[in-house]
Design a protein around this ligand. Sequence first.
Ligand code: DGL
Length: 268
Amino acid sequence: MDNRPIGVFDSGLGGLTVVKELMAELPNEDIVYFGDTARIPYGTRSKEIVAKYSSQCVRFLKTQNVKMVVVACNTVSSCCLKLLRTKFHIPIVGVIEPGAQAAVSATINKKIGVIGTEGTISSAAYEKAILKRAPDISIYTKACSLFVSIVEEGWAETDVAYLTAKKYLENIKLEKIDTLVLGCTHFPLLTNVIGKTMGEGVTLIDPAEGTALMTKQILTENNMLNSNKNTGTYRFFVSDFGQRFEQIGSNFLGQDIECPKKIDIETY
Ligand code: DGL
């Protein structure tokens, strides 16, 4: 048993979609969340910068005495997981492997689409993880960077969102995929729009669900589950307060977010 908290981080508040799944799957675990709101987006930055930023995030979480780290950010998971695991001697889980696994299990016609930020798509991390499991699958990818801004702007259910989805997804739709990986923390908030644009018969995969299951598996196998029977406590940290912080945070978490503490991430 290990009663220390689980650390979770993301480039911003989008990783709260992963926290939501962790809360459901591991209700008595304590969670410390860090959102690098001062430096979002990561998705359009170089690998070197994302490596530096994500190392600082893990270093901060380690000061909070976490027992493991969940990298909620697809961009970081796609380019820096190996590096983080080498640098920090603590279990680290990313979202790519669980998302790829869920997609391979879901597809029947062996045609999978993957959408994400520019960083995630250009890394080809999902493709590699899917092909490692099933080499006969055809994969179609598309960077959909504008979706991030649309969600942050609170425009998830507007005609702007539908028009953008139509434009981004038209080629993938022509490939007749039956499974689409939502490879970015923000995209689950566009499930309606993306689902309606793709049409019936396309299963949307949110990697957050599989990530929560994998986290549970690792804690169980290593005898690291929290022995408390009460509901876990949740602490939130950010590197900057945006103007609509509470509204955006609540949207991602699906419930009101407690006021976070601000830290200076550059000092880690
Ligand atoms: N959290 C990022 C991801 O999942 C999206 C936002 C960003 O570009 O930083 O890839």
